[in-house]
Ligand binder design. Structure first.
Ligand SMILES: [Ca+2]
Ligand SMILES: [Ca+2]
Ligand SMILES: [Ca+2]
Ligand SMILES: [Ca+2]
Ligand SMILES: [Zn+2]
Length: 612
């Protein structure tokens, strides 16, 4: 919250001019945003765009949906496909906004918990909005394709899908409604005193020119470290030794709200929703943004419960933006490397994602990127037993304006922000000629209360980490397809009675085989190794039978069996991807015997044979 004096100062300076984008300072001074009610029209009441167009199915993906519009879009899908979808209120955020999940399941092929579960979410970082569109696109594609496209129909029929398009609902709300830069509003709305002055969030960036963007400030300065780029007057380049300076970069747009001599030193949060999970969590003095304790975020805690209540979830995709990557754990360097058999499974999914989304790389989080504690996908892999990926959407280097045959900038020249001068010039020409100038604000003079005559300009909020809407359809389609590939690999167990022979008076030898038609095992290899979660079982039973012996067939050609010494009627099972597992039972008695396979993540299958 801002202090009263800083609000008055802001108003007195005339900085909170009217206009849609001037709201940052003023909005922050308001009492906490009233929670949207369950009525969608009421939730959308504060959003003019939502009122202007009604959301219809099939959803459009040449646009971005505000938080309110995401809720509307989910309701529209639910209304259009009431038999295949269900909306669940997962929980509420710090500002009391609703976090919605959609379950997509065909009840004709079974209840959700009887099938493998595929979970996807997005926008745990409030600014990373296209992650929400990937989730909506995934739902829209499966639902509108059901009964139309054979593959989509099969995907709907074989799994249950749990989709939370927006995790950080407050962040998405504020990203649309307040002035922002492309990276702000990541945080959960938990105030943190970043500069340790006893005041919380008292000096955020300020939208001085009221255009809805937090851009950059610069001041003429002959001793500055920057000068105008000789090739592109809107950009600046570093001065070389001996060269005369021209500009000083004053940082992000804003004033010193609390008069402590520093500008914009304590903005909203910072608590990072993706550092607040309970697995391998570390306190803020180890890693900033982790929150005071694990699961401090109300939405984070609610989603943890939501996931643990659905033990059928075997694949998890969490979407972020910037970089073009599919990341698997571990997120921190662990003493033990990841289980090798699980790595092989991850490799199948990751390497296919690389082919489905050109330019994206399949990487290991801590090793290839950086270490994070309290990471979501570490939680879902290690505690929920699900193969888990972070999908980092969008590569700003796809914003090209390049002559045929011209040299491409090298990866090191193409930073997300402040790449090489050449890459920046190219992105600016892309903005000029492919988006009609939408991505960059030309520098304009401004009278700053502390800095005097300055200029404000630079990349706008809806740039740098977000594709222009004309490129959004390609992004959401390809990345949703990467999830669909994983969804087509969930375990699919079939049971065969390989043979039944009489082995004596009222004694029968029965071989039962379980085959997995999917690329994912029935549980992660790590869950089996660590005994995390209930094991898959195969049970033999019947009203007039006794299981005398039973065990797993270790060598089918020589019929070698590893007999289970106690309770032979219940066998522990793990069927690898595209693998087979065989069991042998010695059963005495007469009549019917039923073999039932039950797995948390791979459903249940049953076969009955009559002893003869
Ligand atoms: Ca402070
Ligand atoms: Ca803060
Ligand atoms: Ca300050
Ligand atoms: Ca400020
Ligand atoms: Zn992120």
């Amino acid at each position: 919250m801002r202090t009263l004096s800083s609000i008055i100062l802001t108003l007195a300076l005339g900085l909170a001019a009217s206009g849609p984008g001037s709201a940052r300072s003023v909005l922050r001074a308001d009492p906490p945003q009233q929670a949207p009610s369950t009525a969608p029209q009421k939730a959308a009441a504060s959003d003019k765009t939502a009122q202007a167009d009604t959301i219809t199915v099939p959803l459009r993906f040449d646009r971005y949906y505000s938080y309110e519009q995401v809720v509307e879009a989910l309701r529209a899908l639910n209304a259009a496909f009431p038999d295949l979808t269900k909306l669940d209120l997962v929980g509420r955020s710090e500002e009391n906004r609703e976090i919605w999940a959609m379950t997509l399941n065909n009840p004709k092929t079974g209840a959700p918990l009887s099938k493998p579960g595929v979970y996807l979410d997005g926008n745990i970082h409030g600014n990373e909005i296209q992650a929400g569109e990937v989730c909506l696109y995934f739902l829209n594609a499966l639902l509108t394709g059901y009964g139309q496209n054979e593959k989509l129909t099969r995907l709907v029929d074989r799994n249950a899908y749990y989709v939370i398009p927006v995790v950080n609902v407050d962040g998405r709300y504020h990203f649309f409604h307040d002035a922002n830069d492309p990276s702000s509003n990541r945080s959960l709305r938990i105030p943190i005193d970043d500069d340790h002055d006893g005041l919380l969030d008292e000096d955020p960036a300020d939208d001085l020119d009221g255009d809805g963007n937090i851009c950059m400030m610069r001041r003429k300065d002959p001793f500055g470290q920057l000068r105008t780029d000789p090739e592109e007057p809107r950009l600046m380049v570093r001065v070389k030794p001996g060269e005369k300076g021209e500009w000083t970069n004053l940082g992000e747009e804003g004033i010193d709200n609390d008069n402590d001599g520093r500008v914009n030193e304590d903005g909203e949060g910072y608590v990072d929703g993706n550092r607040n999970w309970g697995y391998n969590w570390a306190p803020p003095y180890v890693q900033s943004g982790s929150g005071m304790y694990p699961f401090q975020g109300l939405g984070i805690r609610a989603i943890a419960n939501y996931i643990m209540d659905r033990p059928n979830i075997i694949a998890v995709y969490a979407f972020h933006n910037s970089g073009g990557m599919y990341l698997r754990g571990p997120s921190v360097k662990t003493e033990e490397p990841m289980n090798r058999s699980d790595v092989a499974v991850y490799d199948i999914l990751g390497q296919n994602a690389e082919k489905i989304v050109p330019g994206y790389r399949y990487l290991v989080a801590w090793k290839d990127l950086y270490a994070t504690y309290g990471d979501f996908t570490d939680f879902t892999y290690n505690l929920a037993g699900a193969y888990s990926f972070v999908g980092e959407l969008f590569q700003s280097e796809t914003e090209t304006y390049r002559a045929p045959g011209a040299k491409e900038p090298t990866p090191s020249e193409m930073g997300d922000f402040g790449g090489s001068p050449q890459a920046e010039r190219e992105r600016l020409k892309f903005s000029d000629n492919v988006t009609q100038g939408a991505l960059f604000k030309p520098w304009k003079p401004f009278k700053h209360p502390q800095f005097g005559d300055i200029e404000i300009g630079g990349w706008v909020k809806m740039s740098s980490r977000l594709p222009h809407p004309f490129m959004l359809t390609d992004l959401v389609h390809r990345n949703a397809s990467a999830v669909m590939f994983a969804a087509s690999q969930t375990p699919q167990i079939t049971m065969d009675i390989v043979s039944q022979e009489k082995a004596g008076t009222d004694l029968y030898k029965i071989r039962v085989q379980l085959a997995n038609g999917g690329g994912l095992p029935t549980r992660t290899f790590q869950a089996v190794q660590k005994k995390n979660g209930a094991p898959d079982i195969l049970k033999a039973s019947g009203p007039a039978v006794k299981v005398v012996a039973g065990g797993i067939v270790t060598d089918p050609s020589r019929l070698e069996v590893s007999y289970k010494p106690r309770r032979p009627e219940v066998q522990f099972v793990h069927v690898p991807g595209y693998g087979k597992t065989e069991f042998l039972f010695l059963i005495s008695g007469k009549g019917d015997v039923t073999f039932s396979f039950a797995s948390l993540k791979a459903g249940a299958v049953e076969r009955t044979v009559t002893l003869r």
